[in-house]
Design a protein around this ligand. Structure first.
Ligand code: DHB
Ligand code: FE
Length: 288
């Protein structure tokens, strides 16, 4: 597998995996949140996952060579720091579906491994931090945040992060300014926001590590369609984590992370000057 050239340095699976692992440890205390889970539930979940594995082994007569290859691969995923990538690409979408199935407002999509909290606040209207010569078609996005009953939510936070025109995320690939294409917006008294950014490129998950090996061994492809990542939050409402996509992207129908939903595909309008305008609102569910 080749890696992709990037300003002066090369983005590697090991480096982005290490950053994603470090970020995950920095922001979350995953065990604390489940410390009261009863042992019966823990045992049920583990037993059912193992039963699925055992059934697969029996059904397909998995050999010792295959078992040892799996063992080596699992060890390598850890050594490459690719557990965040593996889980967010092949597992998170189902967790997200289950977590949001009760919602009347926006349901959302996976967070993925590259969120960083506390991106610079740009008020209700402004540009995402970007390089002077940032490549990519300009995108002007107007939207509103509302509650399920239609009430506009003033002071809601819209956090946006996305890849650049080469498909790289700041803080996870080398040579990109710290907060490039990452920002927080705060809705005005009508719940409105206006964001200036660029259209991101399709994203290829790193192919030079263990996940890449699995993808090529299975004859799959490593692509996610171009997407904007968002977190939208307001007091008294469930936080929304979402992604927005662009029509006509070749990978909207076969996203490696299975995270596209039809209602998340934008309808950008060509502004006749090489850029696009788009309208997309968010509806948040009140906390019950
Ligand atoms: C991965 C990257 C993304 O940008 C994303 O949205 C989902 C998953 C990944 O590399 O795992
Ligand atoms: Fe992403």
């Amino acid at each position: 597998m080749t890696t992709t050239e990037h300003p002066n340095e090369v983005a590697t699976a090991a480096a982005s995996g290490a950053s994603a692992t470090e970020r995950f440890h920095a922001d979350k205390s995953p065990f604390e949140a489940v410390k009261d889970t009863p042992p019966e539930r823990v045992a049920t979940l583990i037993n059912e996952v193992l039963a699925g594995v055992h059934d697969t082994i029996r059904k397909h007569k998995v050999t010792y060579d295959e078992y040892n290859a799996l063992k080596a691969w699992l060890i390598n995923v850890g050594e490459d720091g690719e557990w965040p990538l593996f889980l967010d690409v092949w597992v998170e979408h189902v967790v997200e579906d289950v977590a949001t199935e009760h919602r009347e407002g926006n349901k959302g999509s996976i967070e993925g491994p590259y969120y960083v909290p506390n991106a610079p606040d740009q008020g209700s209207k402004g540009a995402v931090p970007m390089r002077e010569d940032e490549k990519g078609d300009p995108l002007l996005w107007n939207g509103q945040v509302r509650s399920c009953d239609g009430t506009p939510l003033a002071g809601a936070k819209v956090e946006l992060w996305h890849a650049d025109d080469d498909g790289y995320y700041s803080q996870f690939a080398p040579g990109i300014p710290e907060w490039n294409l990452r920002a927080t917006f705060t809705t005005d008294d009508q719940g409105n926001f206006e964001i200036t950014t660029i259209r991101p490129a399709p994203y290829m998950i790193p192919t030079d590590g263990s996940c890449g090996k699995m993808i090529s061994a299975a004859g799959w492809h490593p692509w996610r369609p171009a997407h904007l990542h968002l977190k939208v939050s307001a007091p008294g409402h469930e936080q929304l984590t979402a992604q927005l996509y662009f029509p006509g992207d070749a990978h909207n129908d076969d996203d490696v992370a299975s995270a596209v939903k039809p209602e998340l595909i934008l309808d950008p309008q060509d502004n006749g000057k090489g850029g696009y305008t788009v309208a997309y609102d968010f509806v948040l569910d009140p906390v019950k």
